[in-house]
Design a protein around this ligand. Structure first.
Ligand code: PEP
Length: 252
């Protein structure tokens, strides 16, 4: 798997201008961790201001519309994210899939639109608790990858996958290390089936209740190339503890 460990904060619908102080603190500290790639996805209202407030860390959107422009009240296109200073966007987050009814086809279209606009993509997949209990977790996630991975030329080079079990998001619960390892291996296999050799280089992040006290263990799992962090990315202190854990694992 290519690249530095990638630690990305997803602020969700949190943050007003006061939050820029956290972004500045994250950015200042990122200089101490040159072997970790750090980024945040603030709410769209803070995207441009965050871009202007930071120098070292990446800045991205949390979602985009599949179309470039048009009569879609309240939506934001990938081109607009790019124009507002985004480097990447998240697509297919479980909160979008569940609360906004996004299908795999929607996520694929959004991801392709983002790539066409010059953004990188962090595409989220993950099973519900019922699906895991039914022994269907790998099948569900494989199906999501088949249905939502962008297939435009060169897509794999600008893609990361975030494996986020729905039941682990915001709950304080995490899968066992063995389950994380098994799922990341299955995702790798599926990415190689979809993209060929390029699929072996796509970073696979883990997301779901990553905190300072479990980050090192999760990030040490084979095929875990970083973390997508929700709640613990809302303060520089808790986020940087996770960045520090990634740096310690990637020390030489
Ligand atoms: C997320 O929503 O992407 C996430 C991982 O949230 P949390 O870290 O709060 O579980």
């Amino acid at each position: 798997m290519a690249g530095l460990p990638y630690i990305v904060g997803n602020w969700k619908m949190n943050g007003t201008r006061a939050m820029l102080n956290e972004a500045r603190a994250m950015d200042r500290a990122a200089g101490r961790f040159p072997k970790v790639q750090v980024a945040v996805a603030p709410p769209a209202t803070l995207l441009w201001r965050t871009r202007e407030a930071v120098e070292l860390i990446g800045v991205g959107g949390q979602d985009c519309h599949a179309k470039d422009s048009g009569a879609y009240t309240g939506d934001i296109s990938a081109t607009m994210l790019k124009d507002a200073g985004a480097d990447f966007t998240i697509t297919g987050h479980s909160e979008r899939r569940t609360l906004h009814g996004e299908t795999d086809a929607d996520v694929k279209a959004k991801s392709e639109s983002a790539l066409a606009a010059g953004l990188s993509v962090i595409l989220c997949v993950g099973e519900t608790e019922a699906e895991r209990d039914a022994g269907r977790a790998v099948d569900v996630v494989s199906g999501q990858l088949e249905g939502s991975c962008p297939t435009a030329d060169g897509a794999a080079e600008k893609l990361s996958i975030a494996y986020e079990p729905v039941w682990a998001i915001g709950t304080g619960r995490v899968p066992s290390i063995d389950d994380v390892a098994a799922m990341h291996a299955a995702i790798r296999e599926r990415l190689v089936a979809i993209y060929g050799a390029a699929g072996a280089e796509v970073r696979i992040l883990y997301g779901g209740s990553v905190k300072a006290d479990n980050a090192a263990e999760l990030l040490a799992v084979p095929e875990v190339g970083g973390a997508l962090v929700g709640g613990a990315s809302l303060t520089a202190e808790s986020f940087l503890a996770i960045v520090g854990a990634a740096a310690s694992l990637n020390a030489d």
